[in-house]
Design a binder for this molecule. Structure first.
Ligand code: GTP
Ligand code: MG
Length: 194
């Protein structure tokens, strides 16, 4: 749940980037970190292994300005995608307001993406959060790679009814990274009554 402080006129929202290992979650957050005005964001805290894999989480706060009288501060997190860090993923989902599910478009990663989507649903349930109640955006990432699966095929797997907004992205170049971020922030703000 978003933390709303009416006296300080401040709203804190928590957005979590979720998805399989190496799907590009950290790359999304690093791109936002590099491009956002440094006066509008805090430090990027990344806990990584020696091979640059997320060990616990990435975290970065970003001030996105005002909605009405309220200052909106977004807390961006990414989970560690590697299968064995499940306990951390569960913890990071606590009090989540919005989700970006980052899909690795490479054909050979589809099983890992499917497993991660199921894992997301399971971990929300473990936190007593209803999957259907949390705003969710789907990002098809790494579409620049030659072995990327056609978007229509991925849609059949993850968004057959077109229920979720989708972004076709290449986080490494920044393509659709901000559109993804803006889409989920707007959905979350619409979802909380200020
Ligand atoms: N070609 C290509 N490579 C990408 C893209 N996005 C990320 N990568 C690369 O994929 C690798 C993994 O990216 P990360 O952002 O670390 O992946 P992650 O989802 O945070 O992985 P975990 O922390 O293990 O869960 C890195 O080498 C990135 O440079 C993309 O859009 N295109
Ligand atoms: Mg990572």
């Amino acid at each position: 749940m978003a933390f709303i402080n009416k006296i300080a006129k401040e709203v804190n929202i928590k957005i979590v980037y979720y998805g399989a290992g190496l799907s590009g979650k950290t790359t999304n957050i690093e791109y936002i970190y590099q491009k956002v005005d440094p006066t509008k964001r805090g430090q990027l805290i990344s806990l990584k292994t020696e091979t640059e894999r997320t060990l616990f989480f990435d975290f970065m706060p970003v001030d996105i300005g005002k909605v009405g009288e309220m200052n909106i501060r977004v807390h961006l997190y990414s989970v560690p995608g590697q299968v064995f860090y499940d306990h951390s993923r569960k913890l990071i989902l606590k009090n989540v307001d919005g989700l970006v599910f980052v899909i690795d478009a490479q054909e050979e990663r589809m099983d890992a993406n499917i497993e991660s989507f199921a894992n997301l649903k399971k971990n929300l349930l473990m936190n007593s959060i209803l999957f259907e109640k949390v705003p969710l955006v789907i990002q098809y990432n790494k579409v620049d790679l030659p072995n990327a699966m056609p978007v229509e095929e991925m849609r059949k797997l993850f968004n057959p009814n077109g229920k979720y907004p989708e972004l076709i992205a290449s986080a490494i170049t920044g393509e659709k990274v901000f559109d993804t971020f803006k889409t989920i922030v707007k959905m979350v703000i619409r979802n909380i009554s200020l």
